[in-house]
Design a protein around this ligand. Structure first.
Ligand code: CMC
Length: 442
């Protein structure tokens, strides 16, 4: 008779074990009872990059990478991108349900009225070097917010969690825009509460001497859709970083600063910036075959292609590709789009990419749109960070409320030296040998 168990025979000892299967998983801790000898600490699973390890149960985002499906709280990303707006989607992600009109008005009001930052934040911004990357500024200033809100340490308090969530979603665009203005040597623009979330963000970025900035509705909507697409993506590197820091009961500003830092990496949120650099380097359609050759020999990666989870077309990439054309009707065509479209076409006909199931991801086309909107490359991951704040806060709250969660403390498989005695410096081996040994470690 079928049973929800995994029956294991340990080849080393011949012992048999029955491990319960729950929700398609065994508990890694159950492996510990599998021992080769009495003093063995028990079997561990080895999973670099956590490719097949579920670290939590989550009800927020769902990704089916084989079929190219992404849902937030059960709603398909395609439907949200078409019918919702970022603030409503953020509500859904954080609270689990779409709001009614009354609750949505309250949410909008609460986020909007938390968009101001303490004046001293401007001094932090001013302290960065003139050419500081805005993502580096964001890591620093988000973390610094924790010093302004010591009440955020009450992570087990529901009201405090709600307040920090409003504050963080409200303030991220302000911090991001301040970082941009700083890098341009422009005066900071304060939030305009009469504008939408994304309209206000565009105002804080681009307002010059006009009394009121009027965002173009097509571009305002385009940024809103991009924010919806980037709002949540279950256990990715940055969300895992947020959860890891939060597991130590750190305040959410510190946890989100860790998420922003992870997102800074070129293999994660920095990929759309890297895509534009790549498209600029390729320059013309004629140079694509040569560039793809380098990707296939492992000389470089085709940025914006491939995904740990999607082994099919990333549904977000499809939406963005269509969005690009609407944006170009207002801004004029970004010439890089022709290179991008042809690059995608050739890659998807190439056995190297097809056999590895490498398809365009979210970042392949998002950079082309951001560039057309007038954003400098360095701002791309910053925009991603604003959008992802909703997902991070939802995961933070889920983790804090989950009685099964404990401080993150993975195991390792030690492969270093055995116990040895300290050797005085004058008696250590020849320099050549030492250098050789050191070069193996860093
Ligand atoms: N270009 C060329 N080859 C690639 C690429 C690529 N973009 N991505 C993966 N491969 C190859 C890789 O060399 C390996 O080949 P082989 O089996 O011969 O050694 C195979 O495909 C599997 O690659 P992997 O590194 O094991 O895959 P991964 O799941 O660890 O990496 C990834 C996922 C997204 C880091 C990777 O695909 C990549 O570096 N892509 C480019 C960067 C990028 O676009 N990142 C944005 C990700 S989406 C947004 C986000 O979640 O932040």
């Amino acid at each position: 008779m079928a049973k929800d168990t995994l029956d294991v025979t340990d080849g080393r000892t011949g012992a048999r074990y029955e491990l319960p299967i729950e929700l398609g998983a065994i508990r890694a801790i159950d492996l510990r009872k599998i021992k080769a000898s009495a003093d063995d600490i028990g079997l561990r699973s080895y999973d670099p990059g956590l490719t097949n390890t579920a670290s939590c149960k989550s009800a927020i985002g769902y990704v089916d990478g084989e079929r190219g499906v992404l849902c937030y709280r059960g709603y398909a990303i395609e439907e949200l991108a078409e019918k919702s707006d970022y603030l409503e989607t953020a509500y859904l992600i954080v609270k689990g349900e779409l709001p009614d009109a009354h609750h949505f008005a309250m949410w909008r009001h609460n986020i909007t009225t938390h968009s101001m930052v303490h004046e001293n934040i401007k001094k932090f911004m001013d302290g960065f070097r003139y050419d500081a990357h805005p993502m580096g500024m964001l890591v620093g200033t988000v973390g610094a917010l924790s010093t302004f809100y010591p009440d955020a340490k009450n992570v087990l308090d529901l009201e405090s969690r709600r307040l920090q969530t409003r504050r963080l979603i409200g303030k991220m665009p302000t911090l991001a825009a301040f970082a941009y203005r700083r890098s341009r040597g422009l005066p900071y623009v304060y939030p305009d509460n009469e504008l939408s979330y994304t309209g206000n963000f565009l105002s804080m970025l681009f307002k010059m001497t006009e009394l009121r900035y009027e965002p173009d509705p097509v571009l305002e909507r385009a940024v809103d859709v991009l924010f919806i697409l980037q709002a949540e993506h279950e256990q990715n590197c940055s969300t895992n970083a947020v959860r890891c820091v939060a597991s130590a009961r750190a305040d959410p500003y510190s946890a989100v600063a860790a998420g922003v830092a992870a997102l800074y990496g070129p293999l994660h949120g920095g990929a759309n910036e890297a895509v534009i650099r790549m498209l600029e380097e390729i320059g013309t359609v004629a140079r694509i075959p040569e560039y793809l050759k380098g990707c296939k020999t492992g000389e470089r990666r085709l940025m914006g292609f491939g995904h740990r989870i999607y082994r099919n077309y990333d549904p977000r990439a499809r939406i963005i590709k269509e969005l690009a054309h609407r944006v170009f009707e207002v801004t004029g065509k970004n010439p890089l789009i022709d290179v991008a479209l042809e690059l995608e076409r050739q890659a998807l006909e190439d056995d190297y990419f097809v056999s590895r199931k490498l398809f365009p991801n979210l970042d392949f086309y998002s950079g082309v749109i951001y560039q057309a909107l007038g954003m400098p490359l360095t701002m791309f991951p910053v925009l991603f960070a604003i959008a992802r704040t909703a997902g991070w806060m939802a995961h933070w709250a889920e983790l804090v409320r989950d009685p099964e969660q404990r401080i993150v403390r993975p195991r390792q498989i030690y492969v270093g030296e055995g116990a040895r005695s300290y050797v005085p410096i004058e008696k250590r081996p020849e320099p050549v040998m030492r250098e050789d040994a050191v070069s193996r470690t860093i």
